[in-house]
Design a protein around this ligand. Structure first.
Ligand code: HSE
Length: 437
């Protein structure tokens, strides 16, 4: 077989990440040639808007609005989908795969919602689907799971996977600011989207958790099976109380292989301050992976941003190019879904310790009523701390730390407590606690 020296690349989407990929391909051409022994040559960039300045120098003749025609060109060997969403992106990815062309994508939503379909088509047409940039931005977590940890059964993964949320939580704790104040500042600084719900309601983290879980266990995780709680409206008081108790609150994706099945959840979680994930601050992401052979491993870096994400996309382009030259796929994921179907645990069965804050009527006997309901649902209490409220306040904050209890038991008990007369005046706040590193 003739040795391929030039690999033609099509970039679909000239936004933040697309611009970063175009810039990296230009700036790193010589380095990549030296390392790979082949040249990644940009054949074209497709976007509906080819007029706006993206702050990246590119030969205007490479810009096109016709993504399909670009994909179909004979001198395009690999396609990078950096459009986002599940409309045009899905159609164009399928189109490229059906032409047998490898596709590199950063699109976690597309993978979380249509992963099985895309992997099936990729296998059917003998094309690779690579998605390093979809989780953890520049952190090579996909490569670590697929290659570095290939000999391991993954016992668990704990991830801080959304930079926006981690930035908000960090500033709330460090500066004692409210959620709304930090969100507004983050939006003004361009760290948070103008429409932030995908990030702050936890869905972006859930998409990434679904990608990681599918990679580690095969099959696909129905998004409905992921219990998702975001950080919207988190009270600064809970961050302060958690700190007093020796914890920091993080939005964690938790993926665990339990006897009852694989559990996947996204929720604000109290982690001990000496836990490795407690030290991940600002926009940084991290994933703690426990493999049965290797033990504990930690991956850390920038989870978003033009150049961090471009680093991951170009790594996938390089892999796709090397695989094309080798005439095959070094890493064929299509074998994974063929395994025995994975059981994903229903969210109600997930068991953990919990932090609960009640705004409780300051009157003898109230605490006993709450404790009685928890006890009736089989929920043990590890500690109770009443906090000072305003002087002469009718209701005061009371913090409970529970022993291990299921989501279902906690939800039922708290609903019952909310229904008690004259006991609490606000919805209880409940977060998970994770101690083990
Ligand atoms: N909006 C995401 C974040 C990056 O804040 O981490 C893209 O997934």
């Amino acid at each position: 077989m003739a040795e391929l020296k030039d690999i033609g690349v099509a970039v679909l989407g000239f936004g933040t990440v697309g611009g970063g990929v175009v810039k990296t391909l230009a700036e790193k051409e010589a380095l990549l040639l030296e390392r790979l022994g082949l040249r990644l040559v940009l054949r074209g960039v497709a976007d509906l808007d080819v007029e706006s300045d993206r702050g990246v120098s590119v030969d205007r003749s490479l810009l096109t609005t016709d993504a399909r025609a670009l994909i179909e060109r004979e001198d395009v060997d690999v396609v990078a989908e950096l459009i986002g969403g599940t409309g045009a992106a899905r159609e164009l990815v399928l189109h490229a795969l059906k032409l047998g062309k490898p596709v590199v994508t950063a699109n976690k939503k597309l993978l979380a919602e249509h992963g099985p379909e895309l992997h099936k088509v990729a296998a059917q047409y003998g094309a690779e689907l690579l998605f390093e940039a979809s989780v953890g931005g520049g952190i090579p977590i996909i490569k670590a799971l697929r290659e570095g940890l290939v000999a391991n059964q993954i016992n668990s993964m704990y991830g801080i996977l959304n930079g926006t949320c981690n930035y908000i939580l960090t500033r709330m704790e460090e500066e004692g600011l409210s959620f709304d104040e930090v969100l507004a500042a983050a939006q003004a600084a361009g760290y948070a989207e103008a429409e932030p719900s995908l990030d702050i309601d936890g869905h972006d983290t859930a998409h990434k958790a679904a990608v990681l879980a599918a990679l580690a266990y095969g099959g696909s995780v129905p998004l409905d099976n992921i219990q998702v709680t975001g950080i919207r409206g988190m009270a600064a008081a809970d961050i302060t109380y958690a700190a007093k108790m020796g914890y920091r609150i993080k939005l964690l994706a938790i993926i665990r292989n339990c006897a009852e099945g694989v559990e996947v959840s996204v929720q604000p979680t109290l982690v001990e301050r000496r836990h490795p994930l407690a030290t991940v601050l600002g926009v940084y992401n991290a994933v703690l992976v426990h493999g049965d052979v290797v033990g504990t491993t930690l991956y850390y870096g920038r989870g978003a941003g033009r150049m961090a994400t471009a680093s991951a996309v170009v790594a996938d382009l390089a892999d796709a190019a090397l695989n094309l030259r080798a005439g095959g796929h070094r890493r064929d994921l299509s074998a994974v879904p063929e395994r025995a179907p994975v059981v994903f645990r229903e969210p109600g069965g997930i068991v953990a310790r919990h932090y609960v804050r009640f705004s409780m009527k300051d009157r003898p006997g109230t605490l006993a009523k709450v404790a009685a309901v928890l006890g009736a649902h089989g929920i043990g209490i590890d500690s109770v701390m009443q906090q000072e409220g305003p002087e002469n306040a009718e209701y005061v904050p009371v913090l409970f730390v529970t022993s291990q209890a299921s989501e279902r038991a906690m939800a039922e008990a708290l609903a019952e407590i909310e229904g008690l007369e004259d006991v609490i005046d606000q919805k209880p706040v409940r977060y998970r606690i994770e101690n083990s590193a």
